[in-house]
Design a protein around this ligand. Structure first.
Ligand SMILES: [Zn+2]
Length: 256
């Protein structure tokens, strides 16, 4: 099965603070100032999760040959349910750029010109007009063999936002497009996915790293993502987790 999107899960994230027009029942656009549901909850300044089940004890780092560069939609930065930030916690070399349609990030532009890196834009290959740019995961190994560091560019936003970033960023137009092919179904529980095949950003990164030969980093990221998911979901139910989950125990063991 071809994976549908590098998206971050859902077109209608549960946390987006949408209200409904009482007359029509149609969702209203989010208010200008983003207010997450549950924003009254006391949050840990370290991990930004509700204090009840703080994620900080499980933060561990890993090494990877491939780098992850996140091109994040501005709306996504403010959401505590964003999973892109988990990637940087685990892989400190991760680059995070905010996407603005009219003002590309200068540092990203410079990195795209840097010969040390082999950038790939992660996106589905479901449209014919860029079929000539589509490559397989083997291209990542080839880049490594050529002495270059693969840089996997993830478009971090909802499905619609990701498509907009892909279409409205001329500096991405010359890059190879690497679709994620996986049977994996999402384990993300904090937003309602449009489909179980829609993986969130951290899951996409973990799966790509695994396929690209960074199995250890992939495992740590997967465990950290599961810890995030379970911690956050429990806090939403106002439940304190009684004991660390299996993923949490593996993370604690790495800390030695
Ligand atoms: Zn914390």
């Amino acid at each position: 099965m071809q994976h549908d999107t590098p998206d971050t899960c859902a077109d209608r994230p549960l946390d987006e603070g949408l209200s409904h027009d009482p007359a029509t029942g149609h969702p209203r656009p989010p208010r200008r100032e983003f207010k997450a549901r549950g924003s009254f909850v006391e949050r840990c300044p370290g991990c930004n999760l509700p204090q009840l089940n703080c994620l900080c004890p499980y933060a561990v780092t890993a090494d990877s040959e491939a780098r992850i560069w996140l091109l994040t939609h501005p709306m996504e930065h403010h959401k505590p349910t964003n999973t892109g930030r988990l990637i940087r916690d685990v892989l400190p070399d991760t680059e995070v750029f905010t996407w603005y349609r009219t003002t590309p990030d200068e540092r990203l532009l410079a990195l795209l010109e840097d010969e040390r890196y082999a950038p790939f834009v992660i996106f589905p290959d479901d449209q014919p007009d860029y079929a000539d740019r589509v490559v397989g995961i083997d291209a990542v190994a080839e880049a490594k063999a050529a002495g270059r560091v693969p840089a996997l560019i993830l478009l971090d936003g909802t499905w619609r936002q990701a498509r907009r970033i892909f279409r409205k960023s001329p500096y991405l137009d010359r890059l190879p497009v690497l679709p994620l092919r996986t049977e994996r179904q999402t384990r993300y529980r904090l937003r309602k996915p449009a489909s179980a095949a829609h993986l969130c950003t951290a899951e996409v990164a973990a799966e790509l790293l695994r396929q690209a030969g960074d199995a250890d980093a992939a495992q740590v990221l997967d465990d950290y993502f599961d810890a995030f998911n379970d911690s956050y979901a429990a806090s939403r139910r106002f439940e304190k987790l009684e004991a660390p989950t299996a993923a949490m125990r593996r993370l604690l063991a790495r800390k030695g």
